[in-house]
Write a protein of this length. Structure first.
Length: 228
């Protein structure tokens, strides 16, 4: 098998650094599969909500309970399919109810253990680009190429607003910057899998890079890893 087809590439970074959109395009250009770890967290959250389990009981759920939730990941060509209760889910993962509860779900050890297993299943065959906040540090610590994306706080806020279809004013950027700064603090200080720059990661500051430039920089790192 071609060595490149077996590679696992991770892109980590704080909120708004561009890791998800970059990872998806890097995977497309390399002919790899793209794993959106955030989608899996949202799928597990959706499953809990659809099962009607009260939020007050989530922290008491065991590994057996989490493993019994009907969440499945499979691959189709270069794309991973996430299923909940036997149906493919996409738009439902971004619903207000899922968004409101996914951060709490991510703080639960039993949920993280279930998700870790799902992510390892996704990475078994290689040919993978995975993005998140702990891909290179916890999920795939032996990844062939690790990338850590960063960007100026205000630039990340502007990008987040534009992704929502907003042409942001300075006031809106400042407001969003405070939200992201608090998210950074929580991600860095959490007990489980805190946000960290993985060992041996390539640090890329995307503040002054356009989308194509940051994608090309990651693609070049990956290609260099199997041509050295």
């Amino acid at each position: 098998m071609n060595k490149s087809a077996q590679l696992v590439v991770t892109l980590d970074g704080p909120a708004g650094s561009g890791k998800s959109t970059t990872a998806k395009e890097v995977a497309r250009r390399l002919g790899f599969r793209h794993l959106d770890s955030g989608g899996l967290y949202r799928a597990l959250t959706l499953a809990l909500l659809e099962e009607g389990i009260p939020l007050t009981l989530w922290a008491d759920l065991t590994d057996e309970d989490m493993n019994g939730l009907p969440v499945r990941v499979s691959s189709e060509d270069a794309e991973f399919l996430i299923e909940v209760a036997g149906r493919r889910v996409q738009a439902e993962l971004r619903s207000p109810s899922v968004t409101a509860h996914v951060a709490f779900l991510a703080s639960l050890p039993a949920a993280r253990r279930r998700l870790l297993r799902l992510q390892h299943i996704a990475g078994e065959k290689g040919g993978l680009v995975a993005d998140g906040r702990d891909m290179g540090s916890v999920v795939f610590p032996d990844a062939d190429v690790k990338v850590y994306l960063v960007a100026d706080l205000h630039e990340r806020a502007r990008r987040r607003l534009e992704e929502s279809g907003i042409s942001p004013s300075n006031v809106e950027v400042e407001r969003e910057s405070k939200v992201i700064a608090e998210r950074d603090r929580q991600d860095s200080e959490r007990e489980l899998s805190p946000l960290r720059e993985p060992s041996n990661a390539h640090l890329i500051d995307t503040t002054r890079l356009n989308f194509n430039e940051q994608v090309e920089e990651v693609v070049a790192l990956v290609k260099a890893s199997y041509t050295d």
